[in-house]
Design a protein around this ligand. Sequence first.
Ligand code: C5P
Length: 193
Amino acid sequence: MPFIIAIDGPAASGKGTIAHALAEHYGFHHLDTGLLYRATGAKGGDPVEAARTLAPADLERDGLRSSEAGQIASRIAIIPEVRSALVEFQRRFAVQEPGAVLDGRDIGTVICPDAPVKLYVIASNEVRAQRRAAELGADPAQMLSELRERDRRDRERDTAPMRPADDALIIDTSNISIDEAIAAAISIVDHRR
Ligand code: C5P
């Protein structure tokens, strides 16, 4: 059976970096599921139709990493039909041999509720805003208010809200280096394999 690592958490918590590093370490496939929502939002038009017809080329579109694309993604991500249109692709991705790492908001709760490893990565609002500002060359105060708005939308939506699964382990990256966070994640996975 392929091994699944589910990683959730808010924007700029470090979950993407940890997911990438785990996939490299174990030779697993990696899916950044936020990209599916960003690409769906960026297509424009009816978001449900956009999600149903999402193609690999849509994931290559310029500007998907921008703060604006993230905001649009979180607005269309509240629509239940958008989410359900993207479920099957994610579940199929997850069962590839020898294993897969998926990161997002609802991987441990909805997409892969039986994953043997579930991590929920957090960091303080200030640290996340600083990181995002450095990444995008933007103003930290502006990033802080955008992250807060997006977190609120992600947490408060009715369908698949952002939250740790009951059996998720929390990694707080506020005061540790990225190497320490990756080492912690690897030791958790090694214990479960
Ligand atoms: O992770 P990223 O910041 O790229 O995600 C963009 C947005 O996509 C999130 O703010 C969230 O609204 C949505 N998303 C989601 N479920 C996921 C991944 C992302 O709702 N599994």
